[in-house]
Design a protein around this ligand. Structure first.
Ligand SMILES: *Cc1c(COP(=O)(O)O)cnc(C)c1O
Length: 358
């Protein structure tokens, strides 16, 4: 037998049974388990410091599994600027199943406490938030949740475990869109859910993954695993570049404001310094002086930033967020959301210099 350094991709959906009926290593059928998925789930649990991890076919599938693990009549709190599709999932699908939710400004601890009800079973956080880059004090929310008997789940897609480890701060669950920094190359869709302890709710999520079947393919597991091997290198570089670009843009006369937790001007910079480590992430939002039309002109003039949605890849992207979110969006019209890639910082700064002149 060859002895590969890199794990082969196991495409087989089914596994040979032994004469006595047993299965080697517990592999039976690939919806239930697959070697590439097991490898990925082990990496995910280690990265976030949890006991158990589950890989899903998308970030939204992981988020839905979390919601499905709750019961009819349960109430959850979500941020006022939650990832857009989380809001749609609750409004259009989960409400039908009797899951209730309230929308809260998660940068306001008193408002979070006031929004809790006896039925509140989950507090859902995204910090830094999308696209306003607001922060939530995870430890403070963990205290509130403990006093009302709710669990805390954090969507850690943006900061990644390189900059923020919510389970270490007392959160119960971490969710990821692996499509973003974990995959890292804009070529694989995936999701992850990591549980701090393998309790009843974690087991239920495992059943939902196994029985519900929103599992990633072996190839997708392989791609996310491969992406994770360079996560630290990519993200540290991307965040350092984001910090430099944020500083450059903040001082520019054509820019109204820059939302980036690493800037001293960020209203929660002090919290960012405590809660995040080794940098502040590679996402920033830029408010261009003028109206939405002017912001879109600037976005169209950039050469090295591709005009596209999504984030976390090695290439820099720019997006006029309000037009993506559509009617009802609370995002300012002159806001451009940037996902910073691994290009040299000088190239990206020169690109903005040129676009803001033009
Ligand atoms: C992209 C994203 C999601 C959804 O993940 P998919 O992989 O697209 O299903 C959830 N949360 C955040 C913060 C995201 O950026």
């Amino acid at each position: 037998m060859p002895r590969p350094v890199t794990e082969p991709i196991y495409l087989s959906t089914t596994y040979r049974r032994n004469p006595d009926g047993s299965y080697d290593d517990g592999y039976i059928y690939s919806r239930a388990d697959n070697p590439n998925r097991r490898t990925l789930e082990k990496q995910l649990a280690e990265l976030e410091g949890g006991e158990t991890a589950y890989a899903f076919s998308s970030g939204m599938a992981a988020i839905q599994a979390m919601f499905l693990a709750l019961k009819t009549g349960d109430h959850i709190l979500i941020p006022d600027d939650a990832y857009y599709n989380v809001r749609l999932l609750l409004d259009e699908v989960m409400t039908q199943w009797g899951l209730q939710h309230s929308i809260v400004d998660m940068s306001d601890t008193a408002a979070i406490r006031a929004a809790c009800r006896p039925a509140t079973k989950l507090i859902w956080l995204e910090t830094p938030s999308n696209p306003q880059l607001k922060l939530t004090d995870i430890s403070a929310v963990v205290d509130i949740a403990g006093s009302v008997g709710a669990k805390v789940a954090v969507d850690n897609t943006w900061p990644t475990p390189i900059h923020q480890r919510p389970l270490d701060l007392g959160a119960d669950f971490v969710v990821h869109s692996s499509t973003k920094y974990f995959g890292g190359h804009s070529d694989v869709l995936g999701g992850a859910l990591v549980a701090k302890v393998n309790d009843q709710m974690a087991e239920k999520i495992g059943r939902i993954q196994h029985v519900g079947g929103a599992v990633p393919s072996p190839m997708d597991c392989y791609l996310v695993s491969r992406g994770l091997q360079t996560l630290g290198l990519r993200v540290r570089r991307q965040s350092a570049t984001a910090g430099e670009l944020a500083t450059y843009l903040y001082g520019h006369p054509e820019i109204e404001d820059v939302r980036y937790p690493g800037l001293e001007s960020h209203p929660q910079h002090a919290l960012a310094r405590i809660q995040m480590k080794d940098g502040f992430g590679a996402m920033l939002s830029v408010l261009v002086k003028g109206d939405g039309q002017r912001a879109r002109e600037v976005a169209n003039t950039l050469n090295h930033f591709t005009l596209a949605t999504s984030l976390g890849g090695v290439e820099s992207l720019v997006e006029h967020r309000r037009s993506v979110e559509g009617p009802g969006s609370l995002t300012p019209d002159n806001l451009l959301r940037l996902s910073i890639g691994i290009e040299p910082v000088d190239t990206l700064i020169a690109d903005w210099q040129h676009a803001l002149k033009g």
